[in-house]
Design a binder for this molecule. Sequence first.
Ligand code: MG
Ligand code: MG
Length: 329
Amino acid sequence: MADAVLMEKALGAYVGLAVGDALGASVEFMTAGEIAALHGVHKDLRGGGWLRLNSGEVTDDTQMSLVLGEAILANPAWDTRRVAGAFSLWLQGRPVDVGNTCRRGLRRFMTDGTLSGPPNEGDAGNGAAMRNLPVVLSTLHDDEAFRQRSLEQAHITHNHRLSDAGTLGLGEMTRVLLKGGDLAAAVRAMEAMVAAEPSFNPRPWRGCSSGYIVDTVRTVLDAFLNSDSLEECVVRAVNRGGDADTTGALAGQLAGALYGLRGVPVRWLRKLDPVVLDRIRRQVPALLAQGGRGMPPAHGRHENLERKAGESRSQEGLAGGIMECAAAP
Ligand code: MG
Ligand code: MG
């Protein structure tokens, strides 16, 4: 696959994660009926919600991904302790939101330095799966490193077989798409995940969209399978309510890996926190460069992508700006 195509899909996955988080956070913990009564269909980055966010502001889903990405780039050989340290520094900075399981795991690390708690029935939340994209990008062509690093970053806060299965399964679907697989290939990866863990089967969707990893995976897969665009996928997930920022983030990650950056609505790109966008566009090429094959060449890349992005977004220059930065060393 051409380097520019990989870059466009990887940026799509990361930006999709962030816009899904920002969109969903406005309606997190609401029911689908409450969302419909308030917004009709909730489809614009409007901020608010129980966290009283600014328009385009992201939450822990995106923030922990960014922290993990920066920790990976600072320690290319992989160092779980440094990842845990980076998460802990983030927690000490009083983030706008942090899940209870993440908080408990990081406090344990800060107290006794352990990189994993014992297997715990209370650890079956979605907090490890939601932040794993930087591992996916940095291990794209190394199956063993993908598996090992995904589980090590996950166990810092979540040690449960369903969390592991969801983190690896959604990560593998994302890897398949980034490596050039089409929707059918992603569905085959999904079916392998469901065969190993039947509770993840999204057919039928059973009406739960909570932070329990099983509910989250099912809601994300339902949105992915029943949509034809990134916008439709993310909107379908977040309008289920519940843990809408996290289902939105993971739906955006998968849809971004399929449809690419050009699938992200311009009105969402305009609203997304520019500091977040800048961190994403700096991380993506560097993380991909760690993933082995697919490393962009030094010059002349993205020309076709810039042209295509420019055709639809020339007046904004935003996608072109992302590509320029992505092309920077
Ligand atoms: Mg969140
Ligand atoms: Mg959430």
